[in-house]
Design a protein around this ligand. Structure first.
Ligand SMILES: [Zn+2]
Length: 120
């Protein structure tokens, strides 16, 4: 079993990078690759590489504990944050031009790239 420490240790970037990420079910969710800070927002975002080699962002609020591992909160608690509304699809398509994430515009039922400012 993983021992969860409640004490607040200073977590340095060097300690976090390379740390294993465990989801609330105890599954291996990947490894911390990098840390991103957002100006004006508390905490930070972990860039996690999954076993499939995909990168995902884990918000600081999604983290339950960090010690020898990063332990994520149950996914039900991950619905917070002013994220762009996404349709009920498993994976989000990316822009063929800039490879950026596309946003689904419900009104026109089309995918839109905010970077290129065009529909795909
Ligand atoms: Zn684009």
């Amino acid at each position: 079993m993983i021992e969860m420490s409640k004490e607040k240790k200073a977590m340095t970037k060097d300690r976090l990078i390379g740390m294993q990420v465990i989801d609330s079910d105890g599954n291996d969710a990947g490894t911390v690759q990098d840390i991103a800070f957002t100006v004006g927002k508390l905490g930070m975002t972990l860039i996690v590489e999954t076993k499939k080699g995909e990168n995902r962002e884990v918000q600081w609020e999604e983290i339950q504990a960090a010690g020898d591992f990063v332990i994520l909160k149950p996914s039900a608690a991950q619905t917070t944050g002013p994220q762009v509304m996404q349709p009920q699809q498993a994976q989000q398509p990316v822009c063929p031009t800039c490879k950026g994430p596309l946003s689904y515009i419900q009104q026109y039922q089309r995918w839109y790239c905010y970077k290129c400012q065009k529909y795909v």
